[in-house]
Design a protein around this ligand. Structure first.
Ligand SMILES: [Zn+2]
Length: 321
């Protein structure tokens, strides 16, 4: 669904009191999986502000809302419960991708206070090497190049340059970033990226009952990556998480997660190492079709926008597919 349509719908549904009515009736059955990236104040960030799902106050509101209205489930429920079981439930699972430090500093204390166990898909190379993600590096370059321009101009430059990155083959990624750095007159980002959690933070979260999933070593878009690299990305990311956190990593999420970011072949290879894998599009995994769920394309909804939009997502997720 297009963003303006979604925003209009959210406003209309809220003003008519429809969301509350549907919640009382229980409109959908199945499993709704929400995806977060960053939580906090995007305005202070010199990297990609587009990966902020929400701010701290809204995140707390969202978690309280979920806690009050739905059954919050964890990954054990998803991999163990029989398919028929989901027909009766309105279950929500909370997930985070990539490993951003605000997941620990901001989201984790709120989750703990409410007793919610979330699932964190962590890119092991970001934690090990402190390397900057390409989208954060592009945003950092554009923000410097367009310093003094309006926020809209900066946002447009970032979106266009990130979209350009999606269009090129893997072998040209580094050249592309070098060229962008030259044109922006910033050069490449040097040093450690300050945006990632560290293993101690992740260990503390594991000890407090949070769970973890694989999200590769270096966050490549797998369909754009040579198939010879898939095995390493799938298994080494998992191995590092299990080694550092002493946890059993059973599930995976595809980097970026749009339908064109994984293929039948990638799903088959993923199935050799994981019990389930998550994409990042669509709405609820419907109860009525639970028997035919594709366990290697479990749908997730990326959270963004206001509390009104959040209420719309959780009330009518069946229309977001
Ligand atoms: Zn990711």
């Amino acid at each position: 669904m297009k963003w303006p349509t979604y925003r209009k719908l959210a406003k209309r549904a809220e003003s008519l009191g429809l969301n509350r009515l549907v919640r009382l009736m229980g409109s959908w059955r199945g499993l709704l999986v929400l995806t977060y990236h960053r939580v906090g104040d995007a305005e202070c960030c010199e990297f990609d502000r587009g990966v902020y799902s929400t701010d701290e106050a809204s995140f707390a509101q969202q978690m309280e809302f979920i806690h009050r209205h739905f059954e919050v489930v964890g990954i054990d429920d998803v991999v163990r419960r029989p398919a028929d079981d989901w027909k009766k439930r309105q279950a929500v699972m909370i997930t985070f991708d990539d490993g951003y430090v605000d997941n620990y500093e901001i989201a984790f204390p709120i989750l703990q206070r409410l007793g919610i166990s979330a699932l964190f898909f962590v890119t092991s190379g970001f934690i090990d090497r402190r390397s900057i993600a390409w989208w954060d590096e592009i945003a950092w370059m554009m923000r410097k190049q367009y310093a003094g321009s309006s926020q809209n101009e900066i946002d447009d430059a970032i979106v266009q340059t990130v979209e350009g990155y999606y269009e090129i083959p893997e072998a040209e990624f580094e050249d592309y970033l070098n060229r962008v750095g030259d044109v922006a007159q910033t050069g490449r980002f040097e040093g450690a990226s300050p945006v990632w959690m560290n293993w101690d933070m992740l260990r503390e979260m594991a000890a407090a009952g949070m769970s973890f999933g694989g999200h590769t070593v270096s966050h490549p878009i797998l369909t754009r990556t040579h198939s010879g690299n898939w095995e390493h990305e799938l298994t080494e990311g998992r191995r590092r998480l299990e080694e550092e956190l002493d946890v059993d990593v059973q599930v995976f999420s595809y980097p970026v997660g749009n339908p064109d970011c994984f293929s039948v072949d990638i799903k088959q290879q993923t199935a050799k190492h994981y019990r389930a894998a998550f994409s990042c599009y669509g709405g609820v995994n419907q109860g009525k079709s639970a028997g035919s769920w594709d366990r290697f394309d479990l749908r997730r909804w990326p959270v963004f926008g206001s509390m009104k939009q959040f209420r719309l997502t959780t009330t009518w997720p069946q229309f977001l597919n």
